[in-house]
Design a protein around this ligand. Structure first.
Ligand code: NAI
Ligand code: SOE
Length: 380
């Protein structure tokens, strides 16, 4: 069993989900590499120490450059706000480390292109944490599409709705609200929420050629959490998108943080000539499936409870009928990354896949400015 010494940067929300995955993956999925929680890095030594103790990291760093320079670290995992992904990933690749990075890969596609070049030049394994692909019901959707069950696909429809920034008193910037500060996040809901929908969509239904979009910033000024000054809000609060896939299908995508009553409603529906599927993050263990080829008297939407051993990932968990949840998507993704190491290939989505999503989100933001259809394929 080869050891992989992990250096995690960032001990916030994603630092926790990733750490949980590093601990669970080798227990539930047997592969040829054993993760070692070697070091966690954060700027506050006391908090980093408390995190290390809770999750079982052997050591702590407060300077990410020192962590990357350490000869006992094999893999750098980036779980920091978006504006830090670029520098950290490039530096890690140059140091010959494997790199796993949170989504969106970068602030924009221009940065992401350089990150792809860096990991490919250094020939280091790499991956972006678009975790929703690893919900067993979503992976089952992929299998059904690849088996041709839907036939020709006409429509793809996805949305990711939240409501936590409606109050104009929510500040921008600082811990917890960095997503509202464009200099840290790169964009608003397009890069934060819609990027998930785009990643899943391109995985399930192939490349997106062109997009046209409208975005809106409902609250124009917010106090900055660090400076205390009222400042212009430069993120998109909501985005509504029309898209054309290479396979000829038409899509609508929507993301917002102003949909009162929705905390994290990610849904998608795909309509093909023979069948349709629908999935909802709030009911994540179910896949809704309609097949026109069923006998007409009993034809209708089936609600498939994805928990059986012959369904994706489920044989590694409990017994049929008992479902799993959100945190398992990260465990699956890390287990697949390790399986990729065994086979000498990257687990998808790798940095090049992450770049393709950044091309689409950049095109959405460009279109919202230009009012035109924009090329979403970049140089991919
Ligand atoms: P967070 O704010 O909870 O945590 C960020 C961490 O980065 C904090 O521990 C902070 O102290 C640390 N950090 C900031 N600057 C640093 C520096 N210079 N050196 C070392 N550490 C530093 O943020 P969260 O929610 O964990 O988001 C992190 C990343 O994960 C973002 O890119 C976000 O888009 C992505 N994300 C992905 C999710 C998914 O579904 N895959 C879910 C939530 C976030
Ligand atoms: C924002 O609230 C957020 O945490 C995103 O950053 C994640 O990517 C998404 O999975 C859930 O919502």
């Amino acid at each position: 069993m080869k050891k992989i010494n992990i250096g995690l940067i960032g001990y916030g929300f994603m630092g926790r989900t990733h750490s949980n995955a590093f601990r669970q993956a080798p227990v539930f999925f047997k592969h040829g590499h054993q993760p070692v929680l070697k070091a966690v890095c954060g700027r506050n030594a006391e908090q980093a120490q408390a995190f290390a103790q809770n999750w079982g990291y052997e050591s702590v760093e407060t300077d990410w450059r020192k962590l990357i320079a350490r000869s006992d670290i094999d893999l750098i995992d980036i779980a920091t706000p978006n504006n830090l992904h670029f520098e950290m990933a490039i530096e890690a690749a140059k140091a010959g480390k494997m790199v796993m990075c949170e989504k969106p890969l970068a602030m924009n596609a221009a940065e992401a292109e350089q990150m792809v070049s860096a990991v490919e030049k250094a020939k280091v394994p790499n991956m972006v944490w678009y975790n929703y692909r690893r919900v067993p019901a979503v992976t089952l959707a992929k299998q059904l599409i690849d088996q041709g069950k839907l036939g020709k696909i006409f429509h793809y429809r996805a949305k990711f709705l939240q409501d936590w920034t409606i109050n104009a008193d929510v500040p921008q910037g600082g811990t917890g609200t960095w997503r509202l500060d464009a200099s840290v996040s790169g964009s608003g809901v397009t890069g934060d929420l819609l990027a998930h929908c785009i990643d899943t969509a391109m995985w399930l239904n192939g490349g997106i050629d062109t997009v046209t979009a409208a975005t809106e910033t409902f609250v124009k000024e917010r106090k900055h959490a660090v400076t205390g000054k009222m400042q212009e809000v430069k993120i998109d609060d909501a985005s509504a998108v029309l898209a054309r896939f290479t396979n000829g299908s038409l899509a609508t995508f929507e993301s917002t943080r102003y949909a009162r009553g929705h905390k994290a409603l990610y849904t998608f529906e795909i309509n093909g000539e023979n069948a349709s599927i629908f999935w909802d993050l709030h009911d994540l263990h179910r896949l809704q499936y309609f097949d026109y080829r069923d006998a007409s008297v009993t034809r209708g939407w089936r609600s498939i409870h994805v928990s059986d051993g012959d369904q994706p990932y489920m044989k590694n968990w409990w017994v049929p009928g008992l479902q799993i949840g959100y945190e398992h998507t990260f465990t699956h993704q890390f287990a697949d990354f390790v399986a990729g190491l065994d086979e000498g290939k990257n687990a998808a989505p790798d940095f090049r896949d992450g770049l393709k999503t950044d091309y689409v989100t950049d095109a959405i933001l460009r279109s919202a400015q230009s009012g035109r259809w924009e090329n979403a394929k970049g140089r991919a």
